[in-house]
Design a protein. Sequence first.
Length: 707
Amino acid sequence: MRQKRIFAWAVGIVLVAFTLLLQQEALPQQSAEQLYEAALLKKNADGDLEGAIEIFRQILARFPEERNVAAKAQLQVGICYEKLGQKRTKLAQEAFQKVLDNYPGQTEVVKIAKEKLSVLQRGQTVLVPDVGELRIRQISSGLNEVIDSLERQLFSYRDETGNLAVMEVETGFKRILTNSASWETGDFVSRSILSPDARLVAYYWYSGYSSGDLRIMNIDGSGQRILYPGEDVSPELREDFWPVVWAPDCMRVLGILMKKDGERRLAYISVSDGTIKLIKDLNRINPDNIDISPDGRWIVYDLPKKNGTGKYDIFLLTSDGSLEIPLVKHPADNRLLGWTPDGGWVLFASDRAGSWDAWVLPVKEGKPQGDPRLVKRDFGILGAWTGVRPVGFAPNGSFYYMVNSWLEEVQVATLDNEKIKVLTPPQKVAHGYQGANCYPDWSPDGKYLAFSSRREPRGLGTGALCFISTDTGEQKEFFFPELKGNFIRVNWCPDGKSLLVVGADKNDRAGIFRVYPETGEIRPIVTEGSGFHSPRCSPDGKKVFYEIDSWEDNIFRVMCYNFETGHQKEIYRSSSQIIRLDISPDGKWLAFLEMADGTLKVIPSEGGQSKVLHKFKDDWSTSVAWSPDGKYLFFSRIPEGSGKTGRIELWRIPKEGGDPVKYPLEAKGIENLRIHPDGQKITFNTFKANRELWVMENFLPKPKSKR
């Protein structure tokens, strides 16, 4: 009997082992990339460095032939050991050295390993900057990416194609999560935020440049779903959810519900079922920045002051919206940067000391604990077209941020149109306010060059309308206090005394205005609608032609306004944007660029059938202008593989069509091309955008030691 029991027991063991073997074989084998993603989650989301090392080693053992993934895994082993502290420094050095020895062809990974080794070899005892020693350093420059958020050791961002992606902070390794973006069709990610555990990403996906959805997916690109759809209803009724920040519990996203009419409401959306919980009516005002306290009890945001200055103060709001408390109230401009990971400080920027500086305010239980403390002078302006944009905090309290610059400069060059040569290369002509000058146009008699000049980065005050004498080079400046912000288009009228500009009045009414510099008079011309571009006065001064965009319903039109009757007439309609309208010297033809089919077209100014003069293929254009004799059209050309801010060429084509010819003139970002009445001098503004990623470290005040 005992032998039978032993035999049965042995058979059972064999059957169990056989069953387990079958189950193991039935399970899908993880690829090297899948294991690598799992290891990153364990390292970044769970903080389990030892567990991550074991998975990285599995990759090295099982997939030695997949050298790209194996090299990254070997590098990550070293990074994990580095994070485990000085007792593991030798192991970290050995891991980094193996990258150099075993994977010399993986240049990107080898570069990082060399940098890591250099730091460790310079000083075995110094792995991080001294605590309390403020350090600000640039991570990268010339970025094509728009970085939105930071959690654990991951950035979320929009890449140059418009797709959603994530990037490892330590290595710079990138992973593209979507693949359907297209600038041509207007499909792209506009905003993304990582969950606090770095496992999910919520993002707003634009469709057709008009509407969009709030979507969510796992950090490995799987599980994509629409959380809040852009409803297929009339634009007046449609409501969009703009994601701002995750709640600490990773179960809700805080954002802004937006309607076309300007209504704004702060709300939470449930990640599980998309239900909305309204928190606060924002009264048609958008906060500049919003964050949540690490314990989830408080929301902090900045709002414009009620005195109409355009300056901001900072407020706290209970997470259920029941109580709002002023946190930073000061006559200066105060802009939120974020809530520190330890929950003890709110970081903000303010110009209270005469420059835009970074400050921290101690906060406890929804109340300030003393006065703000200065941490960095000349940190950078917020809320402007050029300046600082917050990204987020690393777990150790380091603060990451983008610095954006937008530089435009008016240039003048001289051409030989017979020999298709450049007699004088492009030169800057504006006096002062470098990088803030754009939209040039020649006066009808050619004696002056007018252009718009930005005088306040945030557009709060009025911009300047500048004239430069072509004879003496003298510059005059004119201001129109009744208009708000900067002029975004400039065109001389035939009388030589007035100009058409696109701007907004003090009531934020956007439109086309006629301004008289010598008298300061302002006359609104067209103020119904939005999205005005390229106003062009007819040679007889009786009409103005312009473009108007309606992104909500994807209707883009060329319109004509009659000064005498006040009547408006539609000349042309497209399903995609129309760019840089211009009128022929005899007033009979309009030329423009149409994105829908990628063409340069002309159409009779009274309306009728359009004609394609040139079909772009993989290239595109930014500007078009008639020659003074009406025989040619000049246009800028973006070569294939370049971008709007890259090297752009000057071309010319006969008004009847045919083969275009290229001038030996290139410049960065040619925009708003205009031809002088003499036919030789040309003007345009260059355009250069730059994005930099920075980090501010060790800036928080030291905690007081207990005695």
